[in-house]
Design a protein around this ligand. Structure first.
Ligand code: UDP
Ligand code: MG
Length: 331
């Protein structure tokens, strides 16, 4: 018999009573479709994560779960934000399924990319990133800011997949390693690539929201962007050190010029000394701030206590000594 993995579709929902009745049946139909093709197992589920909604979202999820066992739901005790809701869903699924696909509940991301994601997994990929093929439905402003943001992140040394949001397939194996990333400031798009393993991308069209309204106004987008940079990069601290060195160098040149002016007698009394001190001190202070920053950066990375290595393959079967004893006893 062919291998059909158990799939959990993880869907974060925050105040989505307007859109959920529209999109839930679409997810269900997609799952049915994939089960009929034996692409995924009949034990697959659609897992809704209620992110502390204060409308009827959770009641809706409960009703759906009662009517159809393929729908299941968990609820966060309060609103913690999109990234945390996705993480909660992924961690809930990691021991129950072979693969997860996370997707927003508003129907913006094309469900039909799921088939291809699963196929890519069956070909041996552990992570499959959904990438938007076009941004035509986005406003010019959103497109422009998003592009600038990806460039900025890359420049900061953060590895992100271009035009990929949080629509992706992750295997159980990757999730099991990912649970060791204990940080609380989440930026999943930047963190998942850190886990490694074989990965690929599939392309899809992004549509307009089917109903309800976006929960990502500009302020939240900027917040996520800032989180992305500061959670994954210590480059801003390095920039302070760099600035310190540059300012010191310029100050040094400036001080020479001041001295020349002084000896030529073209200055007012006190001007030269004050200027020299201001230049010198600002340079020294910035360098000091940078040095302190380097240490803070190190502490910051240590406090994340991320795994230091992840093994993806072995030429031998792992057996602990207890298992070995049991095997010997059997023989
Ligand atoms: N969401 C969430 N918690 C929040 C905000 C949003 O779980 O605090 C969910 C929301 O229900 C949706 C997804 O995150 O499924 C993406 O949100 P939205 O569509 O509003 O963002 P946009 O697509 O406009 O960036
Ligand atoms: Mg959306």
């Amino acid at each position: 018999m062919e291998y059909s993995p158990v799939l959990y579709i993880v869907i974060p929902c925050y105040n989505e009573e307007a859109v959920l009745p529209v999109t839930a049946p679409l997810f269900r139909r997609k799952l049915e479709d994939m089960m009929n093709q034996s692409l995924v197992s009949a034990d697959s589920r659609i897992l809704f994560v209620n992110d502390g909604s204060n409308d009827g979202t959770w009641e809706l999820i409960c009703t759906m779960a009662q009517e159809d066992p393929h729908y299941i739901g968990i609820s966060q005790s309060r609103n913690r934000g999109h990234q945390n809701a996705v993480l909660a869903g992924l961690m809930e699924s990691k021991d129950k399924c072979d693969i997860t696909i996370s997707i927003d509940c508003d129907g913006q991301d094309d469900l039909n990319a799921m088939d291809e994601m699963v196929k890519r997994y069956l070909e041996g990929n552990e992570i499959v990133y959904g990438v938007r093929s076009s941004r035509e439905t986005d406003t010019f402003f959103k497109r422009f800011t998003a592009q600038a943001f990806y460039k900025l992140l890359n420049w900061m040394g953060v590895e992100v997949v271009y035009n990929h949001a949080d629509y992706r397939l992750i295997s159980r194996r990757v999730l099991q390693e990912f649970q060791n990333f204990k940080e609380v400031n989440l930026y999943l798009r930047g963190m998942i690539p850190l886990v490694g393993f074989k990965s690929t991308t599939v392309f899809y069209e992004r549509h307009e929201r089917m109903a309800g309204k976006s929960h990502y106004p500009l302020s939240k987008m900027l917040g996520l962007a800032f989180d992305g940079i500061t959670s994954l990069s210590v480059r801003p601290i390095r920039m302070i050190s760099g600035l310190g060195i540059t300012v010191s160098f310029i100050s040094f040149l400036f001080i020479i010029w001041i001295m020349v002016q002084y000896f030529r007698g073209e200055t007012v009394a006190g001007w030269a000394s004050i200027c020299a001190i201001v230049c010198l001190m600002s340079g020294i202070q910035l360098i000091c701030a940078g040095v302190i920053g380097e240490y803070i950066g190190k502490i910051y990375l240590e406090t994340k206590s991320r795994p230091r290595y992840i093994i993806s393959e072995r030429t031998y079967e792992e057996k602990c000594s207890k298992q070995k004893e049991e095997l010997q006893a059997e023989q």
